[in-house]
Design a protein around this ligand. Structure first.
Ligand code: ADP
Ligand code: MG
Length: 611
């Protein structure tokens, strides 16, 4: 019998190893973007065709590579980032394993163009299946461009395993978002099939968050910033009203590396306890920096999971830092007093944090636990915040944090906070055909009729989509209409979900449809307009890759069916709307995060009038 063991050829060994690093186009996007960051680029462009299946290219203006390095970089374990095992514990770069480019070259056709600043000409290189096909000098600008074409062209099984373009694109946008968030001073763009989806000028972290996650966060971010000898935390968390029903905009970075940590997420959810409904998710973008020797980044090949040397400290620190940030913001829950400098002069706001309060705070356990030593939560007397409820935030005992108002804090997670008075006959008035004003337990509330109704409809539709379908009224005279081929394709895709939501629309030949029924409580008669408006709204959301088709549909319907501003309401309609609003799970904001109402508390009004 001959011997059986053979050494696998390099390209097959590389293909197998590549499986761990490059699972999908998004993994390549991550690796290439990180390489550009590591190369010191200030401008990084990601270009994609077919969700990265046919092309995924990163162009940077970083250091570039010499001719030899350009050739070397595709070798397995070729890296310029570590030299000894010790270096592993002082990693400051995103990559270090020297596996990414070798893996990409093993499973795709790669074109590299690169030039160093100090060199006359650059290098062009083509490689596929780990074999160099072409190498020649080339005129180039400083930096590197790597184009990955036809991913998995030589591993059909893996290619078939890829998901739809929409799904793969979502993964790419996720990776892009993570890298772009951690380096706000770097310009990034993302172009997909010739269309620029993101164009992110270099700027502050706050600007970057708003550019990436949506302008509705703009004024609703609370700064988190604490520094200790052991670790620092910096970033933003969303005000409680921006919490969403879906887990989405939640980002932890440790030493600038995006990580997933159920443990830290728990710390954060704890900090929000009683401020948001139990089943909703606050937004956060937090950067934790600590000595690299205190973190093991080596536990997972794609490096999204890490181990902390001392998890408990990190947990307590994150929780206390976020609580602290929210406590400062909670002084002005409904009106953003910070906007008006004259209000800062008010004596009650300037009131110093007294020694007595300080003494009480320092005796609590969390403060002693690690704060005292590292001075993380020392609150200077000069801080222009009232910190009326300061104590609750340091007290681990039974007291609940007061957010917004005493009433709100008293409400448990299960009964929803409502600022309404118990008198059903409280006066109610419409202003400007847009706002509803009525008294609340502690003052008055101003409700935006369109936003409020949008929230109400959104929750109703959401419930209908999951359970009992909405009742349909059959049209007596079914209307047919024709759409553009593009719109027809969209409508076709939505038909099943629409049925659940009370719309019976059927195809009727080439791009033509017939409306057989609409929701029973919707006015009959302008079916065609309803469908047009719906498609318009739906397209408005269609770039929001983070939403499912159904979510987009529900948001579109809610927005479109909500009472328009400028519509006169009867007293009964107003009362019904306000009642429905506060029966919502999340009455404070529209699905997009705009406020539905503002509460003006007497206490605050008195202050404004210096009473
Ligand atoms: P790692 O990033 O772990 O070192 P990679 O396979 O991603 O491994 O890259 C290998 C090497 O190629 C890097 O260490 C770096 O020296 C070089 N390199 C890769 N991409 C770039 C780039 N965009 N600009 C300059 N050098 C690069
Ligand atoms: Mg790398």
């Amino acid at each position: 019998m001959p011997d059986k063991i053979v050494l696998l050829p390099d390209n097959i060994a590389n293909q197998i190893a590549a499986g761990e690093v490059i699972q999908r186009p998004a993994s390549a996007a991550k690796e290439l973007l990180e390489n550009a960051v590591d190369a010191g680029a200030t401008e990084i462009k990601l270009i994609i065709n077919d969700a990265g299946k046919s092309l995924l290219q990163v162009i940077d203006n970083g250091s570039g590579m010499s001719e030899t390095d350009a050739r070397m970089c595709f070798e397995r374990h070729a890296t310029s980032k570590i030299h000894t095992i010790e270096d592993l514990f002082h990693i400051r770069t995103m990559g270090f394993r020297g596996e990414a480019l070798a893996s990409i070259a093993a499973v795709a056709q790669v074109e590299l163009k690169t030039k160093k600043n100090e060199e006359e000409t650059g290098t062009y290189l083509e490689i596929e299946n780990s074999v160099v096909k072409k190498q020649e000098p080339v005129a180039a600008t400083v930096g590197t461009s790597i184009a990955m074409k036809n991913l998995f062209f030589n591993v059909p099984a893996r290619r078939n395993f890829l998901k739809s373009n929409a799904a793969e694109m979502r993964h790419i946008v996720d990776e892009f978002t993570r890298v772009a968030l951690s380096f706000p001073h770097i310009f990034f763009s993302l172009t997909s099939n010739g269309q620029q989806l993101f164009h992110l000028e270099s700027g502050s972290l706050k600007q970057r968050i708003v550019q990436l996650l949506g302008s509705n966060y703009g004024a609703k971010l609370v700064t988190v910033k604490e520094e200790t000898d052991y670790m620092n935390i910096y970033g933003f968390v969303g005000k409680p009203e921006t919490a969403k029903k879906t887990r989405g905009d939640q980002y932890f970075f440790v030493n600038n590396r995006f990580i997933k940590s159920a443990y830290l997420n728990h710390a954060l959810m704890n900090a929000y306890q009683e401020m948001i409904p139990g089943d909703s998710f606050p937004m956060y973008v937090l950067f934790i920096d600590l000595d690299p020797t205190q973190v093991d980044v080596n536990v997972h090949p794609t490096k999204q999971e890490i181990k902390f040397e001392d998890e408990k400290i990190v947990y307590a620190f994150v929780q206390a830092a976020v609580k602290h940030a929210l406590a400062q913001f909670s002084v002005t829950p409904t009106l953003d007093f910070d906007l008006d400098p004259s209000i800062q002069q008010l004596s009650s706001i300037q009131q110093p944090f007294t020694d007595e309060k300080k003494a009480a705070a320092t005796s609590t356990s969390i403060f002693k636990g690690f704060t005292q030593k590292h001075q993380a939560h020392f609150i200077e007397p000069s801080k222009k915040t009232e910190l009326k409820h300061w104590k609750d935030f340091y007290d681990t005992g039974s007291q609940k944090p007061e957010i917004g108002s005493e009433r709100q804090a008293e409400e448990s997670l299960h009964t929803h906070y409502s600022p309404l008075t118990t008198h059903a006959d409280a006066e109610i008035t419409q202003l400007l055909n847009t706002y509803i004003i009525t008294s609340s337990a502690n003052g008055f509330i101003l409700v935006h009729q369109h936003s409020a109704h949008e929230r109400v409809l959104y929750e109703q539709l959401k419930a209908a989509a999951q359970g009992q379908p909405i009742a349909t009224q059959r049209s007596m005279f079914p209307v047919t209409f024709e759409l553009s081929p593009a719109d027809a394709a969209v409508l076709e895709e939505l038909m099943n979900d629409l049925q659940q939501l009370g719309y019976i629309i059927e195809p009727f030949g080439k791009n033509t449809f017939v409306v057989q029924g609409t929701p029973a409580d919707l006015e009959q008669g302008n079916e065609k307009n309803i469908v047009d408006a719906l498609l318009e709204q739906y397209k408005h959301f269609s770039n929001e890759l983070k939403f499912s088709k159904r979510e987009k549909l529900i948001r579109s319907l809610a927005r479109q069916q909500a009472i328009k501003t400028g519509t006169r309401l009867t007293e009964r309609e107003m009362r019904q709307l306000v009642k429905d609003l506060f029966a919502c799970e999340q009455p404070n904001s529209t699905p997009e995060g705009n406020p539905t109402y503002l509460e003006f508390k007497q206490e605050q009004l008195d202050k404004l009038f210096r009473r």
